[in-house]
Ligand binder design. Structure first.
Ligand code: CP
Ligand code: NVA
Length: 328
């Protein structure tokens, strides 16, 4: 197997991956999760730079612990007080970091900061969330469903809320894997048109249905999992009040869930109980939010192994529909 099995050296957008790539990430994540104490040196001697312009609990912690689990190490560069590019250019930063570490995970305001880092660094760059995409989150969201359902093909997911970074990456993974996704937003908060077109193209290949609407009750029809995220993302804090009024009808609560048959509840976290989700729903037995948070660790470890040492990637023996044990 080649040492560059993935189509790009980076993971900036899930749209760059195929169905087979994603299932390989899942298979390796399952193997790493099943035997966490076995795979302790796959990334021995590898170092990860973590450059974050925004706050984080899950992404920061799971990448750091993930590197430690695999025998490597991570160094955190707190960039929360200044945007990337303010002290020195992003290309210069990339050309410095690549001399010291083996990969970079970046959390930025502007998506362009991640793409620039990826363009100018010769080492893998992982998007740990930008204002446009959140690929590691969406891969974990679908890994968690794949664990629970065996296959996600033909299953029906509804996203309710803001057509934001989390929503975009969720749409990408759904349409590549052949899951049906309905995105329900207030008017004017629909997902980005380019993402929509990428998803429609992927959906034509996978058999997925990608639909958008503005009516939450309509969106719940047939939903097997319902997903929501904050109404005001990081960087949109000054719109919080305005958005609270606009999104009020889009809260995922018990009466909305009554329009589905025991749909699972999903959220990337952090969550605001009483805003995008009621406390009763997020704390209910149908909520899988902490299973997802747990899986961030395993999926990101898998991503790191696939980008840094693909020849060492273990695979799960668990059966899964259309799972390809090796990439072509
Ligand atoms: N879901 C997520 O990315 O969490 P953090 O912002 O805490 O990293
Ligand atoms: N859409 C949210 C996700 C946080 C994990 C944000 O960007 O703030």
């Amino acid at each position: 197997m080649s040492t560059h099995s993935f189509p790009h050296k980076d993971l900036v957008s899930v749209a760059d991956l195929s169905n087979e790539h994603i299932l390989c990430i899942f298979s390796t994540a399952a193997a790493l999760k099943a035997e966490r104490d076995r795979y302790t040196d796959l990334l021995a001697g590898k170092r990860l730079a973590m450059v974050f312009e925004k706050e984080s609990l899950r992404t920061r912690f799971t990448f750091d612990i993930g590197m430690q689990d695999l025998g490597g190490s991570a160094v955190f560069l707190d960039h929360t007080s200044a945007r990337l590019g303010s002290r020195e250019s992003v290309p210069d930063m990339a050309k410095n970091l690549e001399r010291w570490v083996h990969a970079i995970v970046a959390r930025t305001y502007k998506h362009r900061a991640v793409t620039e880092l990826a363009k100018h660094a010769q080492i893998p760059v992982i998007n740990g969330l930008s204002d446009f995409l959140h690929p590691c989150q969406a891969l974990t969201d679908f890994f968690t469903l794949w664990e629970k359902w065996g296959s996600v093909k033909g299953r029906r997911i509804t996203y309710i809320g803001d057509g934001n970074n989390t929503c975009h990456s969720l749409m990408h993974v759904a349409s590549i894997l052949g899951a049906h996704i309905t995105v329900c937003t207030p008017e004017g908060y629909e997902p980005n048109l380019k993402v929509m077109n990428e998803c429609l193209t992927a959906a034509a290949r996978s058999g997925s249905e990608v639909t958008c609407c503005n009516d939450p009750v309509e969106a719940m029809q047939g939903a097997e999992a319902v997903y929501t995220d904050v109404w005001a993302s990081m960087g949109q804090e000054d719109e919080t009040e305005e958005r609270s009024a606009i999104f009020a009808e889009y809260q995922v609560n018990e009466s909305l869930l009554d329009h589905s048959e025991n749909a699972l509840f999903m959220h990337c976290l952090p969550a605001h109980r009483g805003q995008e989700v009621s406390a009763g729903v997020i704390d209910s037995e149908h909520s899988i939010v902490f299973d997802i948070a747990e899986n961030r660790l395993h999926v990101q470890k898998s991503i790191l192994v696939w980008l840094l040492a693909p020849q060492l990637a273990p695979h799960s023996s668990a059966p899964a529909d259309s799972l390809q044990p090796q990439l072509a």
